[in-house]
Design a protein around this ligand. Structure first.
Ligand SMILES: NC(=O)c1ccc[n+]([C@@H]2O[C@H](COP(=O)([O-])OP(=O)(O)OC[C@H]3O[C@@H](n4cnc5c(N)ncnc54)[C@H](O)[C@@H]3O)[C@@H](O)[C@H]2O)c1
Length: 346
């Protein structure tokens, strides 16, 4: 399978590496208007184009990974979908739900496979956590808590990351929300507070969010890109070597018969009577210690979907639903009221 990569920045370069490591596919070409990418392609012998339209006049890849800035996802995605080429779009699917809906609707109309790059769903730890929860081992789900406390250095904030789509809610919390939807269920309403008291930029540097799930569970999430701390999926999962690994947990999911902390895959249960006066025992799954390569697993799912051998683990519709929850979080922070994610017709 020949795969094109659109946008050769931080995320795009990781996809390029993963494509190069996979025996079932090869890198077809790269599209990126920057001078750095021309140099990068020259140094590595990659075919380079400065825009998608120009590339698609001569090339016909079997699939493309869109890793350009969020505000360009729609334009890039539609160019491929119109030509019947399957795409995997980096998260968030787009910078707003209207444009994300256009991508999903266009893909449906043209019958083109569309996947969203919430790669954490492909992590073996998450796959096992989902199996544990779905098996009923935790009983009825009651509550969850997620932490995403990070410290981003000043040079991270290039031009687009200072804009409205550059805050940690859209960049980072979107992953945590997607996982909570995947593991616990659809979200009925949210209540959130945001703050930019430290960075004083146009966008939030921190947020606190409460969730009500449709199945009756409730949840809380705390996020900041200005706290020096080890409690985030980025730091604890070990899935991306650019983040020094911390042996901590960042998600806690609790039910009537037990609870689970992630990514440690440590489950807590009582042997006999469930009571706060009786001992609680924990066991940890060996999967925690395995090396995880969710980007490779995501690429394998993309290849299988294109070849008609599998369904997307994270579809375009999933990306859209997660984005609708993120928009509800932003809206709740603006009006300081509980907000339900918008209902949409695809
Ligand atoms: N899954 C993840 O964990 C993860 C991590 C990082 C970024 N992302 C996502 O990947 C996307 C890119 O983020 P990034 O951090 O790599 O940004 P980046 O700024 O490092 O890279 C973006 C690249 O896109 C290029 N670009 C700009 N306009 C373009 C166009 N019209 N066509 C093609 N390329 C264009 C830029 O020159 C740049 O090289 C975003 O959607 C982001 O949310 C996902």
């Amino acid at each position: 399978m020949k795969i094109a990569v659109i946008g050769a920045g931080l995320a795009g370069k990781q996809h390029i590496q993963v494509i190069k490591n996979n025996k079932m596919c090869e890198l077809d070409f790269i599209v990126d208007p920057s001078n750095e990418s021309i140099e990068f392609c020259k140094n590595n012998g990659f075919l380079h184009f400065s825009n998608v339209t120009e590339a698609l006049t001569t090339q016909k890849p079997d699939g493309a990974i869109i890793a350009s800035p969020n505000s360009i996802h729609m334009e890039n995605s539609l160019d491929f979908i119109e030509r019947g080429i399957p795409i995997l779009v980096e998260k968030p699917l787009s910078s707003d739900s209207e444009s994300a809906l256009s991508i999903v609707q266009c893909a449906k109309k043209k019958n083109v496979q569309l996947l969203t790059g919430h790669h954490r769903r492909h992590n073996k730890i998450i796959r096992e956590a989902k199996d544990t929860i779905d098996s009923g081992q935790l009983g009825r789900l009651v509550a969850s808590h997620s932490m995403c406390w990070l410290f981003k250095p000043n040079d991270y904030f290039n031009s687009w990351r200072k804009s409205i789509s550059g805050g940690p809610v859209l960049i980072n919390l979107t992953h945590d929300i997607d996982l909570m939807r995947y593991l616990i269920g659809e979200i009925e309403s949210v209540y959130s507070f945001e703050s930019n008291a430290n960075r004083k930029g146009k966008v939030e540097d921190s947020a606190a969010v409460s969730l009500r799930f449709k199945n009756g569970a409730i949840g809380t999430l705390s996020i900041s890109d200005t706290i020096l701390a080890p409690w985030s999926w980025e730091h604890t999962s070990g899935e991306n070597p650019i983040y020094p690994n911390q042996k901590e947990s960042c998600y806690w999911i609790g039910g009537t018969h037990g609870s689970l902390e992630l990514p440690k895959l440590k489950s807590w249960q009582s042997l006999n009577e469930r009571s706060w006066w009786k001992p609680i025992y924990s066991k940890q799954s060996p999967t925690y210690k395995n090396i995880n390569q969710p980007l490779s697993a995501q690429l394998e799912n993309f290849i299988s979907v294109v070849q008609g051998r599998a369904e997307p683990v994270c579809s375009g519709e999933d990306g859209l639903k997660t984005l609708l929850v993120i928009e509800a979080i932003k809206s709740s922070a603006r009006i300081e009221k509980a907000v339900k994610p918008k209902k949409i017709q695809i």
